[in-house]
Design a protein around this ligand. Sequence first.
Ligand SMILES: Nc1ncnc2c1ncn2[C@@H]1O[C@H](COP(=O)(O)OP(=O)(O)OP(=O)(O)O)[C@@H](O)[C@H]1O
Length: 924
Amino acid sequence: MLEVREAHDDISLNVLRNASVVGMTTAGVASNQMLVRALDPRIVVVEEAAEVLEAQVLASLAPNTQHLILIGDHEQLRPKSESYELTAEAGLGYNLDISMFERLVRVGDYPVQTLATQRRMRPEISKLIRTTIYPSLEDHISTQKYPEVMGMQQPLFFWNHNYMESGSDSETRSKYNCEEAVMAAKLAKYLVQQGYRSGEVTILTPYLGQLNQLRREVSKFSVCKLDDRAKDQLDALQDGDTGRSLAAEPEAQLHWRQHSTTTALSGAVKFATIDNFQGEESTIIILSLVRHNTHGTIGFLRAKNRINVLLSRAKHGMYILGNAAMLRQGHNAKAKTWPQVLNILEEDDCLGNEVRLVCQNHPNTITPISTAADFDLLACEGGCSRQCDQRLPCGHACQRACHVDDLEHQTDTCREPCPRLHDPCQHACPKLCFEKCGECNFIVPGPFKLPCGHSLTHIPCSSSQDLSSVKCKETVDVTLERCKHTVPCPCHKVQDLKDDPGKCTETCGALLDCGHTCMSACGVCHNQGQNNRTGGAETSPAHPTCQKRCDRQLFCGHTCDKPCHGKGSGSCQLPCGAPCDKMPCNERCKKLLKCGHRCPVVCGEPCPGREFCIVCGKSDKMVMDLIMCEEKPLTSCTDEELLEDPLVVLPCKHVLVLSSVDGILELDSFYYSITSASGTKTWTMPAPLQGEHQPGKSCPQCRTPIYGLFRYGRSLKKRAIDMAQRTFLQDSEGRLRKAEEVLSTAEAALIEWNGQALMAAAKVEAGCIGSLAREKSAYRTLELPDVDHLCAHIRDVQLHALDNAAQLCDKAILLASKFGSGSGAMWPQSTLEEAKALLEQLPHYKARLEEPSTKRELQQIRSALFAADPLLAYNGHAYTCPNGHTYFIGDCGGAVQASHCPECGSAIGGSHHRLAAGNRSTDF
Ligand SMILES: Nc1ncnc2c1ncn2[C@@H]1O[C@H](COP(=O)(O)OP(=O)(O)OP(=O)(O)O)[C@@H](O)[C@H]1O
């Protein structure tokens, strides 16, 4: 690396030695020490030497340097030191930021020349630093001749405000002041509107945070202004000898029209922090001081050196935005620069809450602006709040507010209705004033007779003036000479169509080889034929690939939904997918390849690419002959050989002679053939397909399966079907096995579930007997006639439940005997025992239920009835109907009323204490 560096240095040195003056940054000097020493300058001049560390100045000196000139100002910013402890202000004696320049000036023993005359600032501005820092500073006479600041009443003003700063309380963090940024941006926009060029207005701020705010605010605005070169030219015109008004010059007007553009304000205004602007200047400076807080500190803004820099950058005008009280308060006892500056400004009436604008169009109009919003209200177009009183070149009144740009109104787009009339028709122009009138589009009714013979009504006026230019859209039928199609066509395109029959849009309709009809436009087919033409002769149409679906029936009965894949010559009549019945041809293909040589493959197969040409194909392509057990280069094949045994290109792109592939795919077992005396074989008819499975075939070289060859459609499809059948059978067997497994698992689960479910059901049924018996106690609340009925019903339910339980237990015992029980078996022993026990108990239950109402039961019912109606115990009598159903008669117990038995409907009760026939008293 070092050697490379030295080589570079040598080259640089040779170049630099030929230069009279070499300029470098101090950082560049430090990193190119070898080069500097080799260059060995006699005189070294250091610009802004007061802002450079002493070490950096020393590094720029060479062994033979005889003269060191330091140019700078030690009253401005010192070199930057990252560590406060090392600075002179810290008072620890390191004084790293004292430059060699400052040190030598303060020592006093060295020759020092101070430039006493300044040529930058106008006197009102230089007064601020003369009074505070440079008492002997003089202003050059030229600074007194500076023009007034355009649009401003004063060239210097401190615009006082009360907006508070933002940002962290810590002084190490950057500060910003949003409202002040808006004020600065709007003031900058106003000044640019007055006609200042790009870069003539600069906004300075001490803080990076505020710099971002300013950028953001300024980026919101755009201004209409001349580009700078155009402005130079205009200025030159103004300074010319004619003395005539600029506005009257047509050249000036043209300049406005051509060079005034709406540009982003951010492109016209410069921004910088004060520390980065030392050594630079600007025509107009806007200072955004930011600081205004409740704790009364202004941070590094109080440094005199920094104040010096920020107040001494402006040439023609300077506008300071800040809070004056804060600057006075924030200063300490030693440094009183701000109070002094503010006092001067106050004395000169350059400090206040309102900055005053002067309208360039109405010089007597002074507009005081106290907030940023006032610019929009009172000087939105850079003038004043009046309406522009000028007339536009078109004669309409200008609709803008008083503006200072484009005073001749050359760029205005007047939006009044156009007052002009079209010539010669004198129809009124319907557009806006600023738009070009163009042709008259007024619709005239007609009718008009066109040169083609058709007539038209309601056409634009301009068309009616030149009927030959009207495009007749009437549809006419044109018969084309070449294809004989008659196609509809707009009248004005007839000649076009006749000249170019390739534009025929009629459907071609030709029958394609695949058997489908060509649906392309006739013109397309003819054009393709034309493009393929090799000589000058007329060509037949060439049809694009058929876009239809195959739609032939598959051998399974479904329809082939692939895009048409053609049938080729000697088409197969069978459904797609079925073993083909077309006869194979043994001839060599007669078509030509793209290279112009004859196709080498057998007839009926698609022609391969030119790399398979036996004349100009790839020399490394080989042809295999399995019968002769040989392999030779494709290009060594002769036409005679191929006439006898043409080639076949397999899907894997290996090439074999026809006889070999016929052998691989066993064509002899798929077709009958006869062989002539000369040994020529001819296929006569398809042979019946064999029943046994015929496996798929593959390339003898790479084992890639052979498929898709038309010639072998019978063999390949039969094999494909065999394969599919085999796969289906294998697949089905697997699925069947799986289904059996699932079934047996399910059966086992069912048995387990059945065992538990059966016993649960049996227990419920048996439990039903008990629960019904318990319910009888509730019968006390029932009406008397219902009791018998319910008792009978309960008995039926109980019997039915017992029957069910018995059946379920039987089933449980049967299953257990079928699938086994005990430990390890799916049927638990406990369930089986439960079933047996329950079954044993059931006859006992049943015997009890089948007894007629026992005495105990009757007594229970009776006590229930009497509990419901105590009078029955003394007065009531029980009777039975002719069918034996019990009923009760209250009160005296005698029959006084006829009724019907609720069980069987027979007559019960009676009259005059005599029972109806068949009724009997009972001892209930
Ligand atoms: N001899 C001169 N004739 C005309 N104009 C001059 C002359 N010397 C300086 N000026 C002008 O005075 C202005 C300030 O000059 P210059 O920037 O060199 O000063 P400076 O001392 O480097 O200022 P600072 O250090 O404050 O940035 C510039 O606009 C410059 O064009």
